[in-house]
Design a protein around this ligand. Structure first.
Ligand code: HAM
Length: 418
């Protein structure tokens, strides 16, 4: 086939009709599980002010420095949202959601945009679901967030994952740790990758995330942040672990786990799947106790996670999990002649009112072609309508699976199928 003149942008993927049922099934699971945890849905615009994303996520992060889709129109600077934590916090501050009382337990589903190099499990437009608890620094909130995240994978049937956990400390602990890390790395810095050398001054903790082979030997024996956490951060981290243990949620502590956004404080976690190849992070999140204030609100602690929906669906494929049943239509009206077509068109609404899904041929095709089409559409029943049937007021109802036929009035058909 000739290449079409217009295609979607690289890394931006159409979800075609054969794919959409599994997306809807997944969305239903997310809505249901979020409701069980008493989270409420929030929907924010696809575009945000560039300044919000830069402030929220951090100027030096990969997302902001390399991956945002940004443009200007008039005096406004727009960015396609690369994630939803900063936008949700913006909405929280803008609409004074704290006035609703208690902690705000919010969840979302939607497209995000990052100008990354596309590969399996990595797109430029991708979808996340996620949840945020804004207004609590209780480790219970951290653990409920992790429990909700995991529950959704379990509901889907994915049990094969590893939860990696770390504490990145509060700013005070982090400053002491960064100093220790710099002193440790400095003597060998010239042997390390260019990227790590660049990160050394401003963001040495990101070096721990380096995939460059020449960095690995130095990272392996680097000091770990746990030894530099102050009392508050240590106590919080221990409580998170204690509650996870009590819930029977397995985890491994990964002292090198650093996340790609600057807003994290204390708890950080990632859910890793062995079924995904190189893009193996199903989901990630953590605590961001300073972000609300950074964006202009009152100091308000918060914690959340976000999960990649494409990656979840790839894991389903690898594990042979089918989320959606095959599409069917209850009844297909097979028509012979003009009078039958008019009858079918005017009786479709009645079938639909009776709660059935119902369709007919739109192309004036032969009976054989219509039967073939009904098969392709996975029709459970066909009703055959011709002049004789219209005169008699009785129609042949065919059960397509059992190849069984009955001659019935339209009312009897509705009763039988309804
Ligand atoms: P994140 O780790 O950047 O965190 O993204 C969460 C998940 O989104 C990843 O684990 C991955 O499954 C998916 N993801 C990220 N980028 C792509 C991509 N280019 N293509 C496909 N999937 C992708 C956040 O976004 C934070 N906002 C999480 C959070 C919420 N932290 C606190 N609250």
């Amino acid at each position: 086939m000739a290449k079409p003149k217009y295609t979607s942008h690289v890394g931006m993927v159409d979800i075609l009709p054969d794919e959409s049922p599994k997306w809807r099934a997944l969305e239903t699971i997310i809505h249901e599980e979020a409701a069980k945890f008493n989270f409420e849905e929030i929907r924010t615009p696809i575009m945000e002010q560039t300044e919000l994303i830069v402030r929220g996520i951090g100027q030096l992060t990969d997302i902001v420095s390399k991956e945002i889709f940004a443009f200007e129109k008039g005096d406004s600077h727009y960015v396609l949202r690369p994630e939803l934590t900063a936008p949700v916090v913006r909405a929280f501050v803008e609409h004074h959601l704290e006035q609703r009382g208690g902690s705000q337990k919010l969840y979302y589903i939607g497209p995000m945009f990052r100008a990354e190099k596309p590969q399996k499990g990595r797109q430029r437009q991708f979808h996340q679901f996620g949840a945020e608890v804004i207004g609590s620094d209780d480790p219970v909130a951290d653990v409920e967030i992790i429990a909700l995240m995991i529950r959704i994978y379990q509901r889907v049937g994915i049990n094969n994952f590893e939860l990696k956990l770390n504490s990145v400390g509060d700013p005070e602990s982090r400053e002491t740790y960064k100093e220790a890390l710099r002193s440790y790395l400095k003597p060998n810095l010239d042997k390390m990758s260019e990227l790590s050398q660049k990160r050394f001054e401003k963001n040495p903790m990101r070096i721990l995330d380096s995939k460059e082979p020449e960095d690995q030997q130095f990272i392996e024996s680097a000091p770990v942040i746990q030894d530099y956490l102050n009392e508050d951060s240590t106590e919080h981290f221990e409580k998170v672990q204690q509650y996870l243990d009590q819930l029977g949620i397995n985890y491994t502590i990964d002292p090198h786990l650093v996340r790609g956004m600057d807003y994290y404080t204390r708890t950080a976690f990632e859910l890793i799947s062995p079924d995904l190849g190189s893009q193996d992070a199903l989901a990630g999140g953590g605590r961001y106790d300073l972000l609300v204030e950074e964006i202009g609100g009152q100091p308000t602690p918060a914690v959340g996670f976000a999960a990649g929906m494409e990656r979840l669906l790839i894991a389903c494929e690898e594990l042979d999990i089918s989320l959606a049943e095959e599409k069917t239509v209850d009844v297909y009206f097979v028509t012979l002649g003009d009078a039958a077509r008019t009858w079918a068109l005017t009786h479709l609404p009645k079938a639909r009112e009776a709660g059935l899904s119902a369709t007919m041929d739109y192309k004036g095709r032969s009976m054989k072609a219509q039967m073939k089409d009904a098969d392709r559409e996975n029709a459970l029943y066909t009703v055959i309508i011709g002049d004789n049937e219209l005169n008699e007021g009785k129609f042949t109802l065919r059960n397509m699976k059992e190849s069984e036929e009955n001659s019935l009035t339209f009312e009897e058909i509705l009763e039988k199928l309804g």
